[in-house]
Design a protein around this ligand. Structure first.
Ligand code: GDP
Ligand code: MG
Length: 436
């Protein structure tokens, strides 16, 4: 989608001159891009009509930078289409009950874990996960694996085949054990059918959740809208979770769902890891769709994961020229914790395009980590002592070549120099620049 829109907006972004003909041309391209992204036909049409009206109303043609104004109008309109300001989830109950709904494979179990982890990190919340997918033993196991991973208790009852009873027992367990949020993971089927709808509706009636969330795979395009409608008709849910918004995902679902069911999108899933969760901000999503990159989320996520104390220690070390490979290793681990590399790079404006076709995954660091692990502590803190024979030993130990070791040493040297230069507020300045 963003490629097409890029093309469509290219004419407008670049030059100062603009004619009524190419406004119309551009809007046609915008509409085609939306349709290609599985945005509902009517929505795409009314979207471009609105943009055109606004453009003409503001007399785009006579302004100094008509291209920029057009981009702004398109962006604002997209933002509004996806639902104004970000909305959080209602956690007013004690315990607050959050019910997950959606098709099989949409990402309910994964998102249940992500949400539990997200709330747990907020410190004031003590979540409990409840396993109500009783049809596959593996489903209960999966939630337990997730729970173990994030250190959140999972309530399950393998002897019980009644999801309504388990849900109730789960809420009771939360009450008597001081959990203030209960997240109920349910079963879904591959397509909407009556049995699934009856079951989710029965659970919904029995536990009366504060928040019912509909989880949908954003890669399912137009189907996502139909499924959303079916679930909303039965549950009148409170919000939408858009998963799998990583990789080459079409943004169409985000644009259509809100306008069809008139419910806010609350969170997005951007990867398989537990940290790959973000609050949904329509304006940021519009930026992303328009290829401007999601700088604000990137900065926020970086800050969240970066421990202040660590940062201070690191700065001291850099100032004293004591930055070594052990610190470097820590940095790599920090970056990895921030989530999928591809996601992160995708959030940098322009980088998505630059990196097209280049496969970056978390394994990118494997060789580097192996080399560092093969160094002695002395070598790590004082890389200067790594001579030819040491290089040979390190290469052998890490299963790499002397050339690769040399390359890493060289990069490390450059990095150390750069960090030294950035001392004294340079780094801060850069962060500030990114924010603006
Ligand atoms: P459920 O059947 O609704 O419970 O779906 P699951 O949580 O089991 O997810 C189905 C598959 O999608 C699993 O392989 C997950 O790892 C994957 N998945 C879930 N959310 C995301 C996401 O945001 N991004 C990506 N790339 N994969 C996801
Ligand atoms: Mg599941």
């Amino acid at each position: 989608l963003s490629d097409k829109l890029d093309k469509a907006l290219h004419v407008l972004k670049g030059h100062g001159s603009i004619t009524e003909v190419n406004v119309a041309e551009t809007l046609k391209e915008v509409r085609r891009a939306l349709l290609d992204a599985d945005v509902n036909f009517k929505i795409a049409k009314s979207f471009t009509t609105k943009v055109k009206e606004k453009a003409l109303g503001q007399n785009v043609l006579t302004t100094l930078q008509p291209g920029q104004l057009m981009v702004k109008i398109v962006k604002d309109e997209l933002t509004e289409l996806m639902g104004g300001d970000a909305e959080g989830i209602n956690l007013s109950g004690n315990p607050s009950v959050v019910l997950m709904s959606g098709l099989q494979g949409s990402g309910k179990t994964t998102f249940s874990g992500k949400l539990a982890n997200y709330l747990k990190n907020k410190k004031t919340k003590r979540p409990l996960l409840v396993a109500c997918d009783v049809y596959r033993p593996a489903a209960i196991d999966q939630l337990h694996v997730v729970g173990d991973q994030i250190g959140v208790e999972v309530f399950s009852d393998r002897g019980n085949s009644d999801p309504v009873a388990i849900a109730k027992a789960g809420v009771a367990h939360a009450k008597s054990n001081g959990y203030n949020v209960v997240i109920i993971d349910t079963a879904g089927r591959l397509a909407v059918d009556e049995a699934m709808m009856t079951e989710i509706s029965n659970i919904h009636k029995a536990i009366q959740p504060q928040e019912t969330l509909f989880v949908v795979d954003s890669m399912t395009g137009q189907d996502a809208v139909n499924t959303a409608k079916a679930f909303n008709d039965v549950l009148n849910f409170d919000g939408v979770i858009l998963t799998k918004l990583d990789g080459d995902t079409r943004g169409g679902a985000a644009i259509s769902i809100k306008s069809v069911v008139n419910k806010p999108i609350k969170f997005i899933g951007t990867g398989e890891k537990m940290e790959a969760i973000d609050v949904f901000y329509p304006s940021r999503m519009a930026d992303r769709i328009l290829g401007m990159g999601d700088v604000v989320s990137l900065v926020e996520r970086a800050q969240e994961q970066f421990d202040e104390e660590e940062a201070r220690k690191l700065q001291k070390k850099i100032a004293k020229n004591q930055f070594g490979f052990d610190d470097f290793l820590k940095q790599i681990q920090q970056i990895k914790k921030m989530g999928n590399m591809k996601d992160l790079i995708g959030m940098i404006p322009g980088a998505g395009k630059m990196m097209k076709g280049i496969d970056i995954d978390d394994d990118a660091f494997k060789g580097i980590e192996a080399i560092i692990h093969s160094m002695t502590p002395k070598e790590r803190s004082n890389p200067g002592i790594i001579n030819a024979s040491r290089k040979k030993r390190v290469a052998k130990g890490s299963g790499t070549s002397v050339q690769e070791v040399n390359q890493l040493l060289k990069q490390f040297n450059q990095m150390s120099k750069m960090m030294k230069m950035m001392q004294g507020g340079g780094g801060k300045k850069m962060m500030q620049m990114m924010k603006n």
